[in-house]
Design a protein around this ligand. Structure first.
Ligand code: TYD
Length: 164
């Protein structure tokens, strides 16, 4: 069996080096401009493609939790909250869906439909997920364990906190 060629290996990257994260102002983590699509490595292979994610290299936070949404019925919406301090990377492992991000000032819709793209969402961003295709799987890497106290589930309270 033929080995994947080196040209078929795409190295993932993110714009802000991991080690620089701590030197930045907290408010910079709360804006939509911080959220972006991260291009993950993809090893193309006639036997099937492979993507990997390495902690400290491809994701701008330490990964402490992984969860996934599946069996999402057509027309369903997920999310509808913001996190106070959680960083997340959202990946359409299978199928597609939309992620709507809102920092209280600006709102943007992203369509995720490739398993080698990750949507990085910084803290203090209201997010909604909709337009799920059938059999889609949404995997989320998160910077911390589940903690209900980290959520804003009320949009008004979120906007108020953003303006503090
Ligand atoms: P929620 O974060 O609101 O889901 P989504 O944003 O995908 O719509 O979580 C839904 C429920 O699942 C809620 O009762 C909390 C629970 N939950 C956990 O127990 N652990 C987890 O890691 C997550 C993400 C949710």
């Amino acid at each position: 069996m033929e080995k994947p060629s080196s040209s078929s290996l795409r190295q993932g990257s993110f714009a802000i080096p991991f080690e620089e994260q701590g030197q930045r102002d907290r408010s910079e983590f709360m804006s939509l401009t911080e959220c972006r699509i991260i291009d993950l490595p993809k090893i193309s292979d006639p036997r099937g493609n492979l993507t990997f994610i390495e902690g400290g290299r491809h994701v701008p936070f330490e990964i402490k939790r992984v969860y996934y949404l599946y069996d999402v019925p057509g027309g369903a919406e997920r999310g509808g909250h913001a996190h106070k301090s959680l960083h997340q990377l959202i990946i359409a492992l299978s199928g597609s869906f939309d992620v709507i991000l809102d920092d209280g000032t600006q709102k943007k819709r992203f369509h995720l439909n490739r398993s080698y793209y990750g949507m990085y969402v910084c803290p203090m961003i209201w997010r909604e997920l909709d337009n799920f295709s059938s059999a889609s799987v949404c995997m989320v890497l998160a910077s911390n364990l589940y903690d209900e106290a980290d959520y804003y589930r009320d949009y008004g309270a979120f906007v108020q906190a953003q303006n503090l």
